[in-house]
Design a protein around this ligand. Structure first.
Ligand SMILES: *[C@@H]1O[C@H](CO)[C@@H](O)[C@H](O)[C@H]1NC(C)=O
Ligand SMILES: *[C@@H]1O[C@H](CO)[C@@H](O)[C@H](O)[C@H]1NC(C)=O
Ligand SMILES: *[C@@H]1O[C@H](CO)[C@@H](O)[C@H](O)[C@H]1NC(C)=O
Ligand SMILES: *[C@@H]1O[C@H](CO)[C@@H](O)[C@H](O)[C@H]1NC(C)=O
Ligand SMILES: *[C@@H]1O[C@H](CO)[C@@H](O)[C@H](O)[C@H]1NC(C)=O
Ligand SMILES: *[C@@H]1O[C@H](CO)[C@@H](O)[C@H](O)[C@H]1NC(C)=O
Ligand SMILES: *[C@@H]1O[C@H](CO)[C@@H](O)[C@H](O)[C@H]1NC(C)=O
Ligand SMILES: *[C@@H]1O[C@H](CO)[C@@H](O)[C@H](O)[C@H]1NC(C)=O
Ligand SMILES: *[C@@H]1O[C@H](CO)[C@@H](O)[C@H](O)[C@H]1NC(C)=O
Length: 338
């Protein structure tokens, strides 16, 4: 037994030594740190067909056939690996492993090994565990898509370091905690999708500083407090989707400034008070869903008629809503009226 474990220890030492050698050699090449980081992460992943989807992720080393050593070292490029794309210098700039039936975590993903990564997509898989704070190392990241996994941590505050981010998709996970205020520093953010999680706390009013936002989706979640007046500053906003939260208070009249808004969904909250007549100015609005709140039914109907009237006035004759459209919109606004 003793000799057995000795052998084991020696062979592990041998493997570590081989790895060390391979690391020291690989580092000489441009993308080798990226190659090692991917191979290291691959070992931690499970796939329903034995990782066959990641079969292309291989170095062929350690390999007993010595002649392949040089070949391997000089020709490993991850650029043709499944889901991997490179920039013109052969450094990885995109990882897209969406819908790949992968199970695992990001715990052994070496974020700091991918300084050139701009797109990181792992949506529709079975990733679980934490969104690691080291994600803040992906300083060139523009596009982050983790939709439809089982991440169950907080959104790490280090997300604020991703200052080039334009798209942040965390929806359909089990994320908890509050929306980090650091998100408000991501001034290029265009698409923020946090819906279908367990986020609580308030909607940060500083989100009103993200003036490039076109899509803001924050529900279903467990968010409370008021709808910030500052959201009226998001002049490019097309979609404001915050249903099925615990939002209180009135609808801010500043939302009437969102002239490009096409969807305003606030159903299943605790909103009360008057519907601001300023919403009648939202001439681009197609979808307004306010049902299941503390608003009076007659108010909802009146608001929808005012909005439709303005749309009818502004539209070309051939673009005018039909009576069918009108009835559909009114029933969407107030589910229990009729
Ligand atoms: C995974 O690999 C093992 C051994 O190589 C094999 O016995 C098993 O059938 C494989 N499972 C699947 C799902 O391919
Ligand atoms: C590896 O390449 C070097 C020079 O490029 C050469 O001298 C050496 O013989 C090669 N080794 C093997 C095992 O092919
Ligand atoms: C990142 O990309 C730049 C420019 O293409 C390149 O010079 C650099 O070596 C890359 N970094 C790594 C770690 O590959
Ligand atoms: C990523 O992969 C998915 C699935 O193959 C595909 O639908 C999606 O368009 C890809 N994303 C990009 C940016 O190419
Ligand atoms: C980036 O990675 C390094 C180590 O690779 C780590 O020490 C550092 O904390 C990471 N940065 C962030 C923001 O987590
Ligand atoms: C938001 O912008 C205002 C001025 O436009 C500034 O005073 C405030 O500090 C900003 N807040 C954040 C969180 O960036
Ligand atoms: C943002 O909105 C608030 C309240 O609606 C307003 O007082 C403020 O001037 C706006 N800030 C900017 C930078 O537009
Ligand atoms: C609103 O949409 C129109 C048409 O799509 C566009 O021309 C205009 O620039 C948009 N306004 C803002 C503030 O984004
Ligand atoms: C936004 O709306 C408020 C209230 O309706 C109004 O007082 C304010 O002038 C508007 N701001 C802009 C920039 O249009």
């Amino acid at each position: 037994m003793y000799t057995l474990s000795m052998k084991k220890a020696i062979s592990i030492q041998y493997i570590i030594m081989l790895l060390a050698i391979s690391v020291s050699h690989i580092v000489a090449y441009g993308s080798s740190e990226e190659v090692l980081a991917l191979l290291n992460w691959k070992v931690s992943l499970q796939h329903e067909n034995n990782n066959s989807v990641l079969a292309s992720w291989t170095s062929g080393f350690p390999n007993k056939e010595t002649h392949s050593y040089n070949k391997t070292m000089s020709t490993i490029s991850p650029c043709n690996w499944y889901g991997v794309s490179c920039n013109s210098d052969g450094s990885i700039n995109r990882l897209n492993l969406s819908s790949s039936s992968l199970t695992g975590t990001l715990n052994s993903f070496s974020f700091s090994s991918f300084p050139n990564l701009t797109h990181f997509e792992i949506s529709i898989n079975n990733f679980y565990g934490i969104v690691p704070p080291a994600i803040g190392n992906l300083s060139k990241l523009v596009y982050l898509d983790f939709i439809n996994n089982h991440f169950s941590s907080i959104i790490p505050p280090q997300i604020e370091l991703l200052e080039n981010l334009e798209v942040l998709h965390f929806s359909i996970n089990q994320l908890t905690g509050s929306i980090p205020h650091g998100l408000c520093h991501l001034k290029f953010l265009y698409d923020l999708d946090l819906k279908h999680n367990f986020l609580f706390g308030g909607v940060p009013f500083c989100l009103g500083n993200l003036t490039n936002l076109g899509l803001l989706q924050l529900g279903p979640n467990e968010l409370g407090g008021a709808i910030p007046y500052e959201l009226g500053n998001l002049s490019k906003l097309n979609v404001l989707y915050m249903p099925s939260n615990n939002l209180h208070g009135p609808i801010p009249n500043t939302l009437g400034n969102l002239s490009n808004l096409t969807t305003l969904s606030l159903f299943n909250n605790n909103i009360h008070g008057l519907i601001p007549p300023e919403l009648g100015c939202l001439s681009s609005l197609d979808i307004l869903t306010l049902s299941n709140n503390q608003l009076t039914e007659i108010q909802k109907v009146l608001t929808s008629i005012i909005i439709l009237a303005i749309k009818c006035l502004n539209a070309n004759p051939e673009m005018r809503p039909t009576m069918y459209d009108v009835s559909q919109q009114i029933s969407g606004i107030c589910a229990d009226c009729f």
